[in-house]
Design a protein around this ligand. Structure first.
Ligand code: SF4
Length: 376
């Protein structure tokens, strides 16, 4: 069995107001967490002996908070416990303030094994960054990306767009900065007001929730046209890559392949099981120090859930591969979903050939609505 490994590093310098990821700002707990993580790696290597790993993704939280020593311990443990296939993709998410605060650490990360860096830039405009309560400013964003590009051959950055008060010219300014810097990969997300976040509560208090338009199609089309015309392939609803630089790890999610999530709140998908760890660092470390895997939820998918999950995953990226569909579900996709498939093809929302059916640019913009047509 081949797996992608996701490692959730649940620490940040402070919480951004729009963020709903599980994390803590108590950095004194990092060493304990790393010990627990190493224990979790060992326990899973015993549970899945002989499994191979070809991607490792450090997400968070802020993985760039780790010291060289902590990162080294984790990578050594992965290498010692899993069989790593040749040329694995090893991504580390970083924030500009960490890159600028201790640049030498990133040389170490690279020599230890990281070969892809994903930088949480979000914007180059100071007023937007301060609205998002990020710790960096526009000039930090540029400098940190210049360093990243000089160090790594595979650099991705995140952009957040389409929020209150933003004009199209602001999005253009941000995209142009990315283009000047020559990144290999860009993830562009609209700002989503998640319930429970500090920003959501603030908007609720000021009765502003109705005014939020986080899904402006004009902005989405604009981002697509600029990035497409500059050599970025729009390969997933929110992701764009130069040739050969799609995120191999994230493709595991979108191609319905298996992945193992480690760290508090991390999710896994193996066989027809989805399981997850608790959103509590204490419960996570307590369980592991007692030698127990910290799994909190463990659901075996019914046949219907399995198929629904398949469509939710694949339609936002590479679409339905007919051979894989037959292998998973034992039937012929174009017979099972003839009417829905013909409809979206007729409406010019998808393209199909002998091997697959895939949403096109127009279809990506309506991916959620189209997916509903395939769910049972
Ligand atoms: S840096 Fe990222 S993970 Fe940390 S609080 Fe901000 S958005 Fe969330």
């Amino acid at each position: 069995m081949n797996l992608g490994l996701y490692i959730h590093i649940p620490f940040c310098h402070r919480r951004c107001t729009y963020c709903d990821f599980y994390l803590t700002t108590n950095l004194s707990l990092i060493d304990n967490f790393v010990d627990a993580l190493i224990q979790e790696i060992k326990l899973y290597s015993l549970k899945y002996p002989g499994c191979t790993v070809d991607t490792v993704f450090f997400g968070g939280g802020t993985p760039s908070i780790l010291t060289t020593n902590q990162f080294d311990k984790i990578i050594r443990s992965i290498n010692n416990n899993f069989k790593i296939l040749s040329s694995p993709e090893i991504t580390i998410e970083c924030n500009p303030e960490d890159i600028l605060g201790d640049t030498s650490k990133f040389y170490d990360f690279k020599s230890i094994g990281a070969n892809r860096i994903s930088v949480g830039v979000q914007s180059f405009i100071d007023k937007e960054l301060s609205f998002l309560t990020r710790l960096h400013n526009g000039s930090d964003a540029v400098k940190s990306l210049e360093i990243s590009v000089s160090l790594f051959d595979n650099v991705s950055a995140d952009l957040i767009y389409s929020f209150n008060g933003q004009e199209l010219c602001d999005v253009k300014y941000n995209l142009n900065k990315f283009l000047e810097l020559g990144l290999q990969h860009i993830s562009a997300y609209t700002l989503i007001l998640e319930k429970g976040t500090l920003l959501y509560k603030e908007y609720e208090r000021k009765n502003l929730l109705k005014t939020v338009d986080s899904d402006n199609p004009q902005f989405y089309e604009f981002v697509n046209s600029i990035l497409n015309s500059n050599g970025y392939n729009h390969y997933e609803v929110s992701n764009y890559a130069k040739n050969g630089f799609r995120s191999k790890h994230n493709l595991k999610y979108w191609d319905f392949d298996y992945y193992l999530g480690l760290g508090p709140s991390a999710h896994s998908f193996i066989g027809n099981n989805r399981f997850s760890n608790p959103k509590s660092l204490k419960q996570y470390t307590d369980k592991l120090s007692a030698g127990i895997l910290p799994v909190e939820t463990n659901d075996t998918l019914s046949a219907t859930e399995h198929k629904n999950d398949y469509f939710i995953s694949v339609l936002r990226c590479n679409g339905v591969n007919f051979a894989k569909y037959k292998q998973l579900f034992g039937s012929v996709f174009m017979e099972d979903f003839k009417i829905v498939a013909e409809n979206i093809l007729k409406l010019n929302l998808a393209v199909a050939d002998n091997d697959s059916l895939k949403l096109n640019e127009k279809g990506f913009a309506l991916a959620d609505e189209i997916t509903l047509g395939f769910l049972q």
